[in-house]
Design a protein around this ligand. Structure first.
Ligand code: ZN
Length: 208
């Protein structure tokens, strides 16, 4: 290997090493996983500082967000975060994911190599990978309308709990009262097909 070639390779290596991890691998950024343990009435993220370093955000900011979202009190202790209530790992991970999606990931290129900057008092996310700048928009949590438990045409297994004045069997699924035609014996297990729903009243007939 001659001198010139060696230098060129060295140069390439240096350039490559200075790239952020995610650009090197070319893979989609994976949100770091929190490592959570419950101790009595407290909850500890054991790798809190580590995950904050991976997303390159101030642990204090991340903690503030998590406390607000989880509705709890807590603090950073060493490299861990300690919450003063019992919270599942899944709940913490999902809030952490939201933080990363809102405050870290570039919406243009999907990379996490971004920084938060303030422009005219507006918090902006600036992407070092693609150069995009966007205001940080904190998504409002949409009130999700629960899917109806009972639908017209649906078939459900029910137990007749009582008998109505007109001789129909009455069963319940969630908030729905199911009137089943022609079943007048309490305790009977039937498969009912719903013909009509009116508010939280459902009317159906037995199917086999
Ligand atoms: Zn980008």
């Amino acid at each position: 290997m001659d001198e010139e070639e060696f230098d060129y390779e060295k140069l390439l290596n240096t350039a490559y090493e200075s790239l952020p991890e995610t650009v090197k691998s070319g893979e989609r950024f994976e949100i770091p996983k929190v490592d959570v343990i419950n101790e009595g009435k407290t909850t500890i993220i054991r790798n809190f500082i580590d995950v904050c370093e991976k997303i390159r955000r101030d642990p204090k900011d991340v903690l503030k967000y998590l406390l607000k979202e989880l509705g709890t009190a807590g603090d950073i202790e060493g490299r861990r975060a300690v919450f003063k209530s019992k919270i599942s790992e899944a709940s913490i991970q999902s809030r952490f994911n939201s933080y990363v999606e809102t405050y870290v990931i570039c919406s243009e290129c999907g990379r996490p190599d971004t920084e938060l900057i303030r422009k005219d008092r507006i918090l902006m996310l600036k992407c070092d990978a693609c150069g995009a700048i966007r205001p940080v928009t904190v998504r409002k949590v949409q009130a999700v309308r629960p899917k109806a438990a009972v639908v017209e045409g649906g078939v459900y297994d029910v137990v007749i709990q009582s008998v109505g004045r007109r001789g129909d069997g009455i069963a319940r699924i969630d908030k729905f009262v199911i009137y089943v035609k022609g079943v007048s014996k309490k305790g009977t297990k039937v498969k009912v097909k719903i013909d009509k729903i009116n508010g939280t009243n459902a009317f159906g007939h037995v199917v086999f």
